[in-house]
Design a protein around this ligand. Sequence first.
Ligand code: DP6
Length: 377
Amino acid sequence: MTIQDFIPKAYTTVVESGSVTWESPSNIALVKYWGKKEHQIPANPSISFTLSGCKTKTTLSYSKKETSDDFSFDVFLDGEHKDSFKPKIETFFKRVEVYVPFVKDYHFKIETENTFPHSSGIASSASGMSALALCLMSIEMKLSDVIQSPSTPLRTGSTERVFNDDYFNQKASFLARLGSGSACRSIEGDIVGWGLHKDITGSSDLYGVKYPFEVHESFKNYQDTILLVDKGEKQVSSTVGHGLMHNHPFAEQRFDQAHKNLSMLINVFKEGNLDEFIKIVESEALTLHAMMMTSLPYFILMKPNTLEIINKIWAYRETSDSKLCFTLDAGANVHLLYPEKETEKVLEFIKNELVAHCQNGHYICDQIGFGARLIIN
Ligand code: DP6
């Protein structure tokens, strides 16, 4: 697929108004996206587990306007006006306009809510932007006069070849990427790759693809418990963070490393080699932070409690046969990844040793999930 394939033909149906609701999850990267080119093209490929419980529900109501000269929308978070979200959404609309040209024809009411607390330090851009992109796709489908079959409803409700689930998901992911890069990995589950990679069939810089190869059953229902170390606003927005990879002294080596780590993960997924999984995932997390520490300006986004937790995880692994490991986003919170069969023991370990390092003792239990869901069409 190329960019041209996402520019629609003239719409065939007139729709005055309506409303659509999608629920879309967050995701946690194993190989990190850090650094991007123009038009939200990633500097290196990444791969993530789609989450299950951490998600955003968005209702997009639309009503036809008199004129189509500008964007017009209101945003609500948990029922309250949220004007601070508007600039990011305006930028998103500008970027997607050529692919969903109806965005200027309607006034939109965007009502959104997250299952995780807004002040948890968990980025809602992946789940939020993917939910919004999916809502736009549902509207596009209505404008495109798609025949719906009640007998074999697909996830999107579409049956036509031109608008089958693959195209719908690909374009939703393509649009979501233009809102926030990592959002393109939140449409499907349970493992999604984004960015051209020589060993991953169908991979693209333009959208995320469901991981196409064999995955060992050790990864089934893999757990992610998110330890909330610092619930404050992000010190560095990821957009600024990505910018720091331009002229970064280690950029080329880092991008090369991401390709290699992704190649290695293919075997790890196939064979269920959890020791190798741990090495790749923890090294990726620390490399992400190393990139931030070695850029100009430089940042330390880990907190003392982040390091306390990491050291305790390593000590725990030394004294047990646990395969518990950690990963980090561009912040201080720690994601604990572990096989489902270790759940009881790990939760005990968290309660006994790690909870003391969480802000107000807060953590969120989640696990690998299967992607976004249409709630109301
Ligand atoms: C560290 O997707 O938030 O979480 O494209 O600028 O919106 P923008 O960035 P964003 O970056 C996420 C960075 C990361 C790693 C990852 O999720 O791969």
